[in-house]
Design a protein around this ligand. Structure first.
Ligand code: SER
Length: 318
């Protein structure tokens, strides 16, 4: 197994993916990278970290050559709501950064993981049981970059034989690093507020149903699809994957089973509500189950119980 580069390693996914990859392949095999340094215990203390701006082709090339990288997990990206505040920067990072990664990967024959998203769908996509292969006309710059990224990754695989793989991830719930500027972030913030103040003001309507996943399942899915037998994969770059689908009201009820006094109210943010309303309610992930054995471990109840325990420990509330 050659060396691995993780871009965006200090973000919500990277901060848990890097320790998992180091555990699997050894600390020396995994190079973490981020656009700016901040201390994230397990990532910054467990091995090498490089400063890397993915919009700069030469910088990616230099890091890949320096460490003789064979596999790139490209996690550096701006989330959906913040992308609407600065669409041109979002395009440059989310699409331009990935295009740069593919250019370098082609020259060095690296395998590449690309995280697509429920954001790759739009209002004309079927909302329920969203098929693996369906209409993709997203209305956010985040979604546009995801669709083009899926296509470009497929193109590099077909045209140059590059081993590109990817998942359409749902909203991710985690406690190590906070997400920033996403539409599904409420499902993380709610746990911090439930423990600190037993109340939460939600920026999405009570009945907004979205696909979600707990981070241990997301990390497992990312590693599993990269290790899957290539011969079995026909949807290499954009597997629908989901673990649960819930509304803010249902998540609040799950928290109330542990914290009976927890109260939720709704102060809807029109921008994030419009984005959420354009995304599926629940994806069909049967292709991932059939082609590489996708099977989530956490449902709403199990995720809620674990999140409450882990966030309470983090906040020193136990
Ligand atoms: N969680 C992301 C967001 O809300 C979607 O993939 O932007």
């Amino acid at each position: 197994m050659g060396k691995i580069l993780v871009t965006g390693a200090l973000g919500q996914i990277g901060s848990e993916l890097v320790p998992a990859l180091r555990e699997r392949h050894g600390g020396a095999a995994v190079i973490a990278s981020g656009i700016r340094y901040r201390s994230v215990g397990a990532v910054t203390e467990g091995g090498t970290i490089e400063l890397l701006d993915c919009t700069k082709l030469d910088d990616i090339r230099a890091v890949v050559e320096k460490h003789d990288i064979e596999t790139i997990y490209h996690m550096a990206a701006m989330l959906s709501a913040i992308g609407e505040d600065k669409p041109e920067e979002a395009w440059e990072l989310n699409f331009g950064g990935f295009a740069n990664v593919l250019k370098v990967a082609r020259r060095r024959d690296c395998a590449v993981f690309f995280p697509s998203s429920i954001g790759a769908f739009g209002p004309s996509t079927p909302r329920l049981n969203t098929p693996q292969d369906t209409v993709q006309r997203p209305t956010t710059i985040y979604g546009v970059a995801k669709v083009v990224g899926e296509l470009l990754a497929d193109y590099y695989a077909a045209r140059f034989g590059l081993d590109t793989r990817g998942l359409r991830l749902p909203g991710l719930i985690s406690y190590v690093a906070l997400p920033g500027g996403g539409t599904t972030d409420y499902a993380v913030e709610i746990f911090y507020q439930a423990i600190r103040e037993q109340r939460f003001s939600c920026f999405l309507r009570a009945d907004t149903r979205l696909d979600m996943m707990y981070m241990p399942d997301a990390v497992a899915a990312i590693m599993q699809v990269m290790e899957a037998d290539a011969g079995r994969l026909s949807h290499r770059n954009a597997f629908n994957v989901s673990a649960m689908s819930f509304t803010p009201a249902e998540l609040a009820a799950a928290i109330q089973r542990h914290i009976p006094d927890f109260a939720i109210d709704y102060e809807v943010d029109p921008l994030r509500q419009a984005i959420a309303d354009s995304w599926p309610d629940a994806m069909d992930d049967s292709a991932a189950r059939a082609e590489w054995g996708w099977q989530p471990r956490y449902d709403l109840a199990a995720m809620t119980e674990d999140m409450l325990e882990k966030v309470a420990a983090k906040l020193g509330a136990t």
